[in-house]
Design a binder for this molecule. Structure first.
Ligand code: SF4
Ligand code: SF4
Length: 87
């Protein structure tokens, strides 16, 4: 399983989740080359250890455990994974 960043992050990107993630699996982080262009941040499902620290840190409640992603944002599970597909 993994945690997933969904629609409310779009345009916010404040980076609070990056600051609390113990395994640095949320990108692009503020300061990284792709950050300015990115619509939102993404969690790498292969690196996330399911610790849950990011969920309460998000000011707009954009982060959900994979099994708890709201129906209307199910597509974000693939959107997060696809960001890392060719990296
Ligand atoms: S659940 Fe933990 S490991 Fe996964 S993205 Fe959030 S803070 Fe990082
Ligand atoms: S804390 Fe929430 S709004 Fe901020 S970058 Fe992370 S997911 Fe996006």
């Amino acid at each position: 399983m993994t945690y997933v960043i969904t629609n409310p992050c779009v345009g916010v990107k404040d980076g609070s989740c990056v600051d609390v993630c113990p395994v640095d699996c949320i990108h692009p982080a503020p300061g990284e080359p792709e950050f300015e262009q990115a619509e939102q941040l993404y969690i790498n499902p292969d690196e996330c250890i399911d610790c849950g620290a990011c969920e309460p840190a998000c000011p707009v409640s954009a982060i959900f455990e994979e099994s708890a992603v709201p129906a209307e944002w199910q597509n974000f599970i693939k959107i997060n994974a696809d960001y890392y597909r060719n990296k």
